[in-house]
Design a protein. Sequence first.
Length: 356
Amino acid sequence: MPGYFKFLTLMAFHVFIEEKVDVAVIEVGIGGENDCTNIVRKPVVCGVTTIDIDHTSLLGSTIEEIAWQKAGIFKPGSVAIVADQTEETMRVMTSRAIERKCQLWVAPSLEAYNWPCQEIEIGIRGKHHHCNVTLAMQLSRTWLERMHEAGQLFQKDESEMRPRGSVLPGFLVPDKFLDGIRLCEWQGRNQVLKLGSVTYFLDGAHTPKSLQCCAEWYKWERERVNQPSRSKPLRILLFYCTINRTSESLLPFLKDCQFDVALFCPARLHPVLDIRSDQANLSHNEQEQSLRVEHNMVVWKQLTGEGTHAKHFDCIAAAIEEIETIKNSRGREVEVLVTGSLHLVGGVLALVQPHS
């Protein structure tokens, strides 16, 4: 029996083949070079988003080592399009593209496009998603053109003649692309969920760069949703990060978000693990998670001062119960930022919105 992720990968390929899909979008699990998804011999087009320090035990501790692993999905005769990267990252990716005999280009900024509307409406909030939007549009255009499905959507492009590593031009954005950008949803990523007098801000950010983006998005979003006439809401942080990540590298980005209360819990729903639940994570034992939660709280107190109101719990349900208690006792609006782990965010959504 294959491991969990390998099993899901096999199942996905089986479903795609059986359903005879027109296009399959395959996302790697970790890295690229040695990932179990990296078995497609002739992909039409490959994409790489912004690279950050993550999974260092498997991918390496430097951005160059991680970039080398990510570029492992490049294939001979294919096209790779990447989001704007650092010079170090682009140097590695260009070298890998030459080695793999794969073309390589960079997606432009959103300003490079000809938009048939006054205001761009993007379904997933946060300026940091702009690079994902332009990358998605360039990947889609390239797939349509290489598979001869583009019809008259785009003007003739001379991209094939561009040198490796150059920035692609924008284009007149088709209406169908506008619909895709506007209707795109990703639960648990820059999601705002208002439930009565509690507003949840959910973002499964779990790397230094993504936590920085999360903090910027949260500050912007709370100003957007808060009316000037309203009294200042009580602000709560609910945080967890998994064993292979360090809260010392993540929590500093949240220090200036002006939280009144910080809560810490593991990413399990209830005190007793239900192995039948799709939220169950059997790869971490309970003692490790408990120690991690306590450590996260200690790091937060060191950052913000011993007078900080912080508590830790043995499960998500207990933390949510504490939020309800605070709401009922304070008699004011409550904001909760849930971040640090996609598993934590998924667990919170499973409890507060079980039928979504």
